[in-house]
Design a protein around this ligand. Structure first.
Ligand code: ATP
Ligand code: MG
Length: 457
């Protein structure tokens, strides 16, 4: 009887095991395995830090793949900006394997593995959110936005949680195979950006995906698939709920991608520019403001494509400058010119901080660039000599040139400063304009009444 019972149990278990193996088989069959000779990814273009990270994880018995933007960029023959690794090892396990590593994040826990100056971001395969989950690990709000995402899963689960098919490709450096669950390689070859799953649900889970669609299509010259594009206009308002700090990070990526002009054009076409930088839509609707912003973005794009760095403070100072000018005029009714400028700067920064949190370290430089602008109009006496030695002179000067180019101030002012900066000290002195500012008259100290000597009366 007992034997019969045991046989029954074991048979059930065996059957279950066969079923699981079949499921596994289906899982792996649902991914296309693309061999090297089809994708031709050149391993020399992959950072050695990323290769060492995968090797370390694989040697410890885990699965490890290079994933996301890097694989997509390699297929498109772009040099990847950074490398991400996905694994079935949990953050603590990854942390134990690599001596120089640390677990970061709360909403999305992952591990940074450090190799010299390079950091590789290692994330554990993400799983599905279901109703029985622990709220500490995964949760969404009323509109379906994902607030926390620490539920781990299989490789296939991980692929389905990624945003676009082109971003869900897994490259195994050991076998040089690409695993493709959602036809990403075909989409990349067709230069198409296509959302995985149902676009409306995916945008509700994370509205930032709308901005990512714009940025990636501008940066990589990919066309946004029709079904992926269609819901964006009506869901644009969801961006209002995104925390300002996350919005700031995403805007920064967008504007510093080297394709800012193209991004703005797509943002406008998708009606996504309203309410982002709350003032950006206003700025773009004033002819002088628009010209200035576009020139600043063009300037940033050119610098980045030439491999130069671009200072985010400069860019945000430019985006908000015409708002500062407007507020400055109003404040000058109640205060002298310079204090009025400071009041205007504070007002503009405060107003937009509610929606888009510009980091404080950028705000102080933005304000320095703005505050130096009136000083370019003072070209007499010792002032130009002092201005030219200011640590932010270069940024403020470039900013002033954009003001000339956009027609806000006379080009002659920009030319004067360019010549002044390159001139010898005698020539500089000769260039100074006559000092027309009324001289401050020293107030004479009132004569003290003669102190009568004691007892002289
Ligand atoms: P970039 O070239 O700008 O780095 P990227 O696609 O690599 O583009 P990352 O922010 O580095 O962007 O993200 C890495 C990967 O993580 C993406 O390729 C994608 O698979 C996944 N990912 C990032 N953000 C999201 C998101 N909001 N929703 C779903 N998946 C995302
Ligand atoms: Mg990336």
């Amino acid at each position: 009887m007992i034997k019969k019972f045991l046989n029954k149990v074991f048979k059930k278990r065996e059957q279950a095991a066969v079923a699981i193996n079949e499921a596994d088989l289906n899982l792996s069959q649902s991914a296309k395995k693309i061999p090297f000779k089809k994708h031709n990814i050149n391993q020399d273009l992959i950072s050695s830090a990323a290769l060492k990270t995968c090797e370390g994880l694989q040697n410890a018995g885990f699965d490890a793949y290079i994933v996301g933007g890097a694989v997509r960029d390699l297929l498109l023959d772009f040099k990847p900006k950074d490398f991400d690794v996905a694994t079935n090892a949990e953050p603590e396990e990854v942390n134990r394997i690599f001596r120089r590593s640390r677990i970061i994040g709360r909403r999305f826990r992952l591990v940074h593995v450090l190799w010299g100056r390079e950091t590789i971001e290692v994330s554990t395969f993400r799983g599905h959110h279901d109703n029985n989950q622990n709220k500490d690990d995964g949760s969404t709000n009323d509109t379906g936005r994902i607030l926390r995402d620490n539920i781990f899963g299989s490789l296939e689960d991980d692929a389905v949680r990624r945003d676009f098919t082109a971003n869900a490709l897994y490259y195994n450096p050991k076998t040089q195979e690409v695993l493709d669950f959602h036809n990403g390689v075909a989409d990349v070859k067709a230069r198409l950006l296509r959302m995985i799953g149902e676009p409306i649900t995916r945008y509700k889970e994370d509205p930032v995906r709308m901005l990512r669609a714009v940025r990636l299509s501008a940066k990589l010259g990919l066309k946004i698939d029709k079904g992926t594009e269609k819901p964006i206009a009506e869901l644009a308002d969801l961006l209002q709920d995104v925390p300002p700090s996350r919005l700031f990070d995403e805007m920064l990526k967008l504007f510093l991608s080297g394709h800012a002009i193209e991004s703005i054009n797509i943002l406008r076409a998708q009606h996504l520019h309203h309410g982002l930088l709350p003032l950006l839509d206003v700025v773009l609707e004033q002819p002088l403001g628009e010209k200035f912003v576009m020139l600043a973005l063009k300037n940033t794009d050119d610098r980045i494509l030439e491999g130069k760095s671009s200072n985010p403070s400069f860019l945000f100072a430019a985006l908000l400058w015409h708002e500062v000018l407007k507020a400055w005029q109003v404040h000058q009714k109640h205060a002298p010119m310079i204090p009025a400028l400071y009041n205007a700067m504070d007002e503009v920064v405060q107003l937009q901080a509610k929606k888009l949190a510009i980091h404080n370290r950028f705000v102080s430089t933005m304000k320095e660039i703005w505050a130096m602008q009136p000083r370019f109009e003072q070209r007499a006496g010792k002032r130009p000599f002092a201005l030219i030695t200011h640590p932010r002179y270069r940024a403020a000067y470039d900013f002033m040139l954009l003001r000339c180019e956009s027609g806000e101030i006379a080009t002659e002012i920009g030319e004067w400063w360019t010549t002044f900066a390159h001139a010898s000290s005698e020539k500089r002195t000769a260039m100074l304009l006559p000092d027309t500012t009324p001289k401050k008259r020293r107030k004479r100290k009132p004569k003290k009444p003669a102190v009568k000597e004691a007892g002289s009366a």
